[in-house]
Design a protein around this ligand. Structure first.
Ligand SMILES: [Zn+2]
Length: 417
């Protein structure tokens, strides 16, 4: 089977994992925030490895760093492979870096083997995927989806860290500017598609003993503030049947919401992440309780269905507890379906390599969401041990890392070969 250089690929992952590494006494994991010294070291490493293999390395005005293999036809489109080298605080070795370094390995393999290509192939490290200064900043800029206000907020946030601002100016000569970022957008007609390889960051593939996940869609998200209104009364003198307790209403709502989604929408999730109780003292019956709730699912239809059920629940709960409630609708992101043809190419590539696949949605957001608005985009996952991610314990078996990189190689061969 045509395959990547396994030893070289695992070496680059291991070496990248050392960059920004923290001692256990300092919390462990690694910090590679955008425009930190560790970020610069990670970029230098990527650049060195890519140039060492004779790939062309470029940097755009949003500090997206690319390695590129040209097919020789100046009018050809480009297949993009992307992810990110930045990490969350105390992040794992694989979130993001795995996709970038697997992409680099795919380019090196294609170049070494002199594979004829009909498209250019480019692997990108997107700036600030994790959102230190602004989530998905690099992919948002490359796809032309950032408003001026969004760019200005990012630049202001970055400017508040003066040491990093100096590093930013070293990484991007002249620093980042609104005008340059606004004009770096790639024409969709220049792109042939986008593929992102990532660790699952959840438990499903490991539970199913399947090494390759084909992502069907990236979850959309809706968020609400639901406030229950009751009556403040003396906690000693008011008999229980006479009370109108806003916290009891909220508690019923929270527990039932979980039961409904777990029972009837097993692929979706619901979370109540914050509760504020008023007056918030032990001897007064709570007269007001605000609950922040969000739910995520792979399709708009499912989000609509969950929304209807939770609205019904909200009314039902207040009726039974003699309270009232109000709802404030917060931010919403729509689900992003992945491209069907590239999903098919991933499945066929996995079959060629001898790996079974499982279709699954992505609960986490990725740069692929932004790319999907301008070019056919798809993602593949490999298992995360115990579903852990965004922590030092993040782990994926080396065999699964190699499997993912080989399936990426064969997917790119289908798209660009
Ligand atoms: Zn990631």
């Amino acid at each position: 089977m045509f395959e990547i250089n396994q030893a070289r690929f695992l070496r680059t992952l291991e070496e990248m994992g050392q960059i920004g590494l923290l001692p256990d006494a300092a919390g462990g994991g690694r910090n590679r925030y955008p425009f930190s010294a560790a970020d610069r070291a990670a970029r230098d490493y990527f650049r060195y490895e890519a140039q060492d293999s004779g790939l062309t390395v470029t940097l755009d005005a949003a500090a997206n760093l690319s390695a590129r293999l040209d097919c020789g036809d100046p009018s050809a489109q480009t297949v993009l492979i992307g992810s990110h080298l930045d990490t969350v605080p105390h992040g794992g070795a694989y979130d993001g870096a795995f996709g970038v370094l697997a992409g680099l390995e795919v380019l090196r393999t294609l170049k070494e083997q002199n594979i004829p290509l009909v498209c250019n192939v480019e692997v990108i490290d997107f700036t600030d995927e994790e959102g230190r200064f602004g989530h998905f900043f690099g992919s948002g800029a490359l796809t032309g989806q950032l408003s001026d206000a969004h760019i200005e907020t990012f630049l202001r946030n970055a400017a508040a860290h003066s040491a990093d601002l100096a590093l930013m100016r070293e990484i991007v000569p002249g620093g980042l500017t609104l005008d340059a970022i606004r004009s770096l957008r790639r024409a969709p007609s220049s792109l042939a598609g986008y593929v992102e390889l990532h660790i699952e960051q959840g438990p499903r593939l490991e539970e199913a003993h399947v090494p390759i996940g084909v992502v069907s869609a990236i979850f959309g998200r809706r968020s609400w503030e639901v406030t229950f209104h009751g009556r403040p009364d003396h906690a000693g003198t008011t008999p229980l049947p006479m009370r109108s307790d806003a916290l009891v209403s909220a508690a019923r709502f929270i527990v039932r919401a979980q039961e409904i989604v777990a029972g009837d929408f097993p692929d979706a999730v619901v979370t109540c992440g914050n509760v504020i109780v008023s007056p918030g003292v032990s001897n007064v019956v709570p007269n007001k309780t605000m609950v922040e709730i969000e739910f995520r699912a792979a399709t708009a239809k499912e989000l609509d269905q969950i929304e209807a059920r939770l609205e019904h629940l909200r009314n039902e709960v207040t009726l039974h507890t003699r309270t009232t409630s109000t709802r404030r609708v917060g931010s919403e992101t729509v689900p992003t379906p992945m491209d069907g043809d590239i999903q098919g190419a991933i499945r066929a590539a996995a079959e060629r390599c001898g790996y079974p696949t499982l279709d699954l949605p992505s609960g986490a957001g990725h740069d692929a969401m932004l790319l999907a608005n301008v070019t056919p985009a798809a993602m593949l996952f490999v298992p995360s041990h115990n579903g852990r991610s965004h922590c030092p314990d993040e782990h994926t078996d080396p065999d699964d890392l190699v499997a993912g990189a080989n399936v990426l190689l064969h997917t790119i061969l289908t798209l660009a070969g």
